[in-house]
Design a protein around this ligand. Structure first.
Ligand code: BG6
Length: 490
C-alpha cells in the first residue's frame, strides 16, 4: 500500500450500514442532495451494504422513503430520484465469514482505486469490516475510508480500533467524521476568527471572562438505547462534538487552511486541557439522567422507561463540565461545557463573554453595565450576535440597554437551502479534503481527557442526578458556574 490516496475521481461509495438509522436519516438524503446539485461524479456508483438479504427494488424504495422523511424531502422529485436510483445497488455482506464481501467485490468491479468505504455501523464492527476489506483485496492505496463516531469507548479501545483501521488504510486515507464540523456556522467560526482582524487582540484571557458551549437537545435516546446506554452524554457528545467546538474557539491561528495545519493546532488544544481527575470531578462536573416530564408541550418518558431500557442504568443523559485550557492564551478562563437530552429547548451555541468594563462611570445615575458577549448560534438558527451597551434613545437621563449586532448568515448571503452537515462532509471526502475530519491523535488526546473524568466518577462514586424532561438539567448544573461567579447564558 502506498501513502498516496490521491485519485483524480472517486468512482464509488460503498456504504456499510446502508439500512441503519444514520444512513436513512442523513446519508441517503445527503447523497441525493449532492446528486441534485450535480456534485457527484458522472457514473459514480452507490453500493449499499448490510447483513440482510434483500432485493434491489425494495431497498431503493426504502431509500426513497428515507429521503421523503428527511430534511431534504422538498428535493424529492420522480425524475431526479430515478436518475439517482440508477446509481444504487444493494449487496448483502457478512464480515464474520470468509468471502463475506464477495458480493461487494463483484459490485465494485475490478476493485481498483477510487472507492470510498463509509462505515455507518456499530463502531464495534469497524475492526472486522477493515479486516474483511483487506482480506478481500479491496484496500487499495487510493481508496478512502470514512468512519463515524464512537471510535472506542476509552483510550485503550480507541487505540485498538485505530490500529485495526491502520492495518488496512494509511492515516491519509482515513476520514473520521464529526458532523458538527460540517455545520455551516461551525466552519464560519474559523472565518470569523481568522478572516477578521478585530477579534484576535481580544481573543485571550486578558479580555475574555468565560466561554460556554451548550448543545441541548429535546429528543430522548430515539430508539438507540443499546448504543446510548454504552456511551452516555460524555462519550456521545463531549468527547466528539463539544471538544471539537472548544478546539475551534481555543486554537491558535493555523499556518494555512490545510488539513495538517488546522489539525496540528486543534490537537495542541486537546493536549492543553487541564486533566479533571479523582475528586476534582465533584467540583468540575455535574451529571444527570432524565426522568418523566414535559418536553416540547407533550409528556415525555423517563430514561428508564424508554424502549429497550434496562432498569437501574446509571448512564448520564446530561453532563456539565468546567474545563480549562492550560496555555498562555487561556490560562484561568473557564470553558463551561453542557449537553443533554430531553432539555427544555433545542439549542446549540457558543458564548464568549468578555470581561466587564473596568469602571462604571454611569453608576452614579443608577445604570448597570452588562459585559459584552459574542454569541455564535449553531442551532436552531445560524446567527452571530455581538451584544453592546447603548444609550436608550430619549430626552430622559442617560439610560443604558444591551443591543445585539446581529448577523444572520442566511439573510446576509441569501442561502437558499439549509444543508444537512453530512452533505459538506461527503463532498469533502469526494474531494479528498480532510481539514474538517478528525485525525487519529486528536481522537486519542480527547479520550485521555475524558478517561480521567470517567475514572473520577468511578472512584468518587458520582452518580447522575435526576432531572425532569423539559428542564435545563439537574439543579446542581446551575450551581456549577455560579461557584465561580458566572451563570449559564439561558
Ligand atoms: C450525534 C449523537 O452524534 O449527534 C446523537 O450521537 C445526537 O446522540 C446528535 O442526537 C446531535 O446532532 P445534531 O446535529 O442534531 O445536533
Amino acid at each position: 500500500m502506498t501513502n498516496d490516496p490521491s485519485v483524480t475521481e472517486c468512482r464509488a461509495l460503498a456504504l456499510f450500514g446502508a439500512t441503519g438509522d444514520l444512513a436513512q436519516r442523513m446519508l441517503w438524503p445527503s447523497l441525493y442532495a449532492l446528486d441534485c446539485d450535480g456534485l457527484l461524479p458522472q457514473n459514480f456508483r452507490l453500493v449499499g451494504a448490510a447483513r440482510s438479504q434483500q432485493e434491489r427494488e425494495p431497498f431503493i424504495a426504502r431509500v426513497r422513503e428515507a429521503i421523503g422523511q428527511s430534511a431534504n424531502a422538498a428535493l424529492l422529485e420522480d425524475g431526479r430520484f430515478s436518475r439517482f436510483a440508477q446509481r444504487i445497488e444493494y449487496v448483502a455482506v457478512d464480515t464474520a465469514k470468509a468471502g463475506g464481501l464477495d458480493a461487494m467485490k463483484a459490485a465494485l468491479g475490478d476493485g481498483r482505486g477510487g472507492v470510498i468505504y463509509y462505515l455507518a455501523t456499530d463502531p464495534q464492527q469497524f475492526g472486522p469490516i477493515c479486516r474483511a476489506i483487506e482480506a478481500a483485496g479491496l484496500s487499495h492505496a487510493n481508496n478512502r475510508i470514512v468512519v463515524e463516531k464512537l471510535i472506542g469507548t476509552d483510550s485503550a479501545s480507541a487505540h485498538e480500533t485505530n490500529e485495526a483501521i491502520a492495518a488496512a488504510f494509511s492515516e491519509s486515507q482515513v476520514f473520521r467524521i464529526d458532523h458538527y464540523l460540517g455545520k455551516e456556522a461551525v466552519q464560519n467560526l474559523l472565518a470569523l476568527r481568522f478572516a477578521n482582524s478585530i477579534f484576535e487582540p481580544l481573543w485571550n484571557a486578558n479580555a475574555i471572562e468565560q466561554v460556554q458551549i451548550t448543545v441541548a437537545e429535546t429528543v430522548g435516546v430515539e430508539g438507540r438505547w443499546a448504543y446510548y446506554d454504552r456511551a452516555g452524554a460524555l462519550r456521545d457528545m463531549v468527547q466528539s462534538h463539544l471538544l471539537q467546538l472548544l478546539c475551534l474557539v481555543a486554537m491558535e491561528p493555523p499556518a494555512g487552511f490545510t488539513p495538517s495545519a488546522v489539525r496540528n493546532e486543534k490537537v495542541k488544544v486537546l493536549w492543553s486541557l487541564r486533566p479533571i481527575i479523582g475528586s476534582e470531578v465533584r467540583e468540575n462536573t455535574v451529571t444527570g439522567q432524565y426522568i418523566a416530564g414535559f418536553c416540547g408541550g407533550s409528556a415525555a418518558k423517563g430514561y428508564h422507561e424508554e424502549a429497550g431500557a434496562t432498569p437501574n442504568s446509571e448512564t448520564e443523559t446530561f453532563v456539565a463540565i468546567r474545563a480549562e485550557v492550560n496555555n498562555w492564551r487561556w490560562a484561568g478562563v473557564p470553558f463551561y461545557l453542557r449537553t443533554g437530552k430531553r432539555m427544555q429547548k433545542r439549542l446549540s451555541e457558543i458564548v464568549i463573554q468578555f470581561k466587564p468594563a473596568p469602571y462604571n462611570i454611569f453608576a452614579s445615575i443608577g445604570a448597570s453595565l452588562s459585559p459584552n458577549t459574542l454569541l455564535i448560534s449553531l442551532q436552531p438558527e445560524e446567527m452571530i450576535t455581538l451584544t453592546l451597551m447603548n444609550k436608550k434613545p430619549g430626552m430622559h437621563d442617560v439610560r443604558l440597554g444591551e443591543v445585539g449586532l446581529n448577523l444572520s448568515l442566511g439573510d446576509a448571503f441569501g442561502v437558499a437551502r439549509r444543508r444537512i452537515a453530512y452533505e459538506r462532509m461527503l463532498l469533502d471526502v469526494l474531494n479528498g479534503n480532510s481539514a474538517l475530519f478528525v485525525r487519529r491523535d486528536e481522537i486519542e488526546a480527547a479520550w485521555r481527557w475524558v478517561d480521567g473524568i470517567i475514572e473520577g466518577w468511578r472512584s468518587t462514586g458520582q452518580k447522575p442526578r435526576p432531572y425532569g424532561a423539559g428542564s435545563w438539567g439537574p439543579s446542581s448544573a446551575i450551581g456549577l458556574p455560579e461557584r465561580y461567579g458566572h451563570s449559564w447564558h439561558d
